[in-house]
Design a protein. Sequence first.
Length: 356
Amino acid sequence: MKKHIFNAGPCKLPRIVLENTSKAILDLEKCGLSIMEVSHRSKEFQAVIDEAMDLFKELLNIPDNYSVLFLGGGASTQFCMIPYNLLNKKAAYINTGAWSTKAIKEAKLFGEVDVIASSEDKGFTYVPKEYNIPADADYLHITSNNTIKGTELKYDIDCNIPLIADMSSDIMSRPVDVSKYDIIYGGCQKNIGPAGVTFVVIKDGILGKVDRAIPTMLNYETHIKKGSMFNTPPCSAIFTVKETLKWIKSLGGVKEMEKRAIEKSDMIYNAIDNSKMFVGTVAKEDRSRMNICFVLKDEYKEKEADFLKFTAERNIVGIKGHRSVGGFRASNYNACEMEDVEALVKAMKDFEVKYA
Ligand SMILES: *Cc1c(COP(=O)(O)O)cnc(C)c1O
């Protein structure tokens, strides 16, 4: 039975990507070895990682003076690698949720952290827009999409110091002006692949400015020099990322992903806004196209478990809100289809007919 998958991560992947991955698990490009068996030094795997990097650059229109890395350790390891490599004295952070908070915690191990804006005062339900970026900070770190609370910065900000963005959960969902950033990073498992691989887009010439010694594996220089193959990379995860990027390209690239994200998220937000029972949880202008959070109005609160059961019977999975938030969260990543969204919206309407 086909499931309508709204999981926040690991995400739903396109069917064709799963099919091509399963073929490569049995036999990579008819070389007689599985993607899980092939040497990462083989020409077959080199072709896979080269294609993944080239597609990444092409889809995001990345200028020539940037490298694309595929690393292990998750976006969470980047929370420490960034300050390890770049924080000399002071860094600026904008705190828009649980992931930014974790990034800030790591940065504090390496120097002064100036949290120049935070939406914590209102439970991270909006994206702060008023702040001064200190000219003497080594960089500004932002989280473009807040996966847990469902807010998103849907445009590229101007910044007079190096800008670093955690784009784990909205990468490849809209065109990005990469030239405005020094680093863009994220876990691939939210929007472009399976768990186990992290992407890092890093500008040339930004390293080597801190005084501390950096462990080899945590030094970006190591991975840039070795083309992400200093050690064994997560080969099969990279293969699936490559297939996902091919799929995005075949549909028309990130511009098309953005169009679809807008259409699908509008449909769910309209259903929420026109509902007697459900209500959104964040400022409308900052609503995420990727993670759509909503709750039952107070008078219907005790129906939460009923709605989860009602949707589960319709093969809708992954809409339980994050354990720290409650309510519901529908993750509308690239592979989420219009028919998934239609099934969810219909369930919301039918539920209302039954209970409101
Ligand atoms: C999921 C997520 C992370 C953590 O990613 P891991 O790969 O699990 O370490 C970091 N930032 C954001 C915005 C996320 O959504």
